[in-house]
Each structure stands twice: as structure tokens, then as C-alpha cells.
Design a protein. Sequence first.
Length: 183
Amino acid sequence: MNRTTLTLLFAALLVLLVLLMWVGYRNRARRQAKVLPPLPTAPEAVVTAVREGTVASLLPPSTGVYASTVTGASWQDRVAVGDVGFRADATAHLLPDGLLFDRVGARPVWIPAGSVRAARTEAGIAGKVLGGDGLLVVRWEVDGQEFDTGFRADDKDDYRTWVPALRALSPDQNPTPEGRDGE
């Protein structure tokens, strides 16, 4: 077997593997679309006000990377419906009405204040594993289905103010979900 043949076989195998991953992700999205409730969309007025700087925030915005949203069942069970499972640079805005992740190159992710159930720091979530307490993870609920959304802030000191502020949005939530300190 010469180099050209070997190179072509390797390239064909690589294309096949990428195609299989794409088919698997598409099938996951189809399955999830049948069982997961529709996720809330960010109100246009809120997104516009945030981008223009005319809305009152509970905390200063935090820049970083939106990691992904997963189901509450597992930190690796990425939501494939829509684009909430994809990583993107983002700015997190904590508003009286909810939490907005204004993502670069993707639709904003909106978590209404009444949906927040818990907040903590974690080592990782699907798409981003850092170790230690490198991610801010928000547990929230839609129609009885729990989700976790992960965000890696550029300044990890932000977590000291964000975790308690997010917990304050949900008065009935556990102060220490899953036995973790979170701070």
C-alpha cells in the first residue's frame, strides 16, 4: 500500500467518523425534542435593553464562556435541542427577571428568575472540564424538567457574588445542593 492510498483511506475514515458524530447528535436532538419541554426564549426587549445598557442589573455583568446546558440527570447529558448545547463566548447578566447569557455568534440563553433552583461551582459540565471550582453552574427547571447551565467566568472571583445572588432568586432552593458547598 503506498502513501497516497493510505492517506486517502485515513481521510475517508475521518470523514466517516465525523458523519457518524453528526448523525448521532442529530438523532439525540430528535429524541430530546420529544421528551424535553420547550426552553424559554429571551425576551427581545430584555436583550435590547441589556445590549444598550438601559436595564438595571442585580450584579455587574460577567464575561466568560458559556459552556453548555445539560439535563439535571447528568453533567454529561448535553441538551441538543436548539443551540443551547454549544459553547460560545458570552456575557452573563443577572437581572430582576432572570439570568441572560448574551452569547457571541449564537442566540441568547434566558433563564427566568422563577425557574432558578440552585447555584453552585463545579469542576465541569459537558463541553468544559476545568477541575476545582472552575464553572458557575445554575440549576433551573422548566415544566418539571431540571437543567444545569455552565458558565466559566473570566474572573473566578465573580463566583463569590454570583452564587449567593442566584440562590436568592429561588427562596425554596437548597443552600447546598448535592452536598456541595458551592462557594
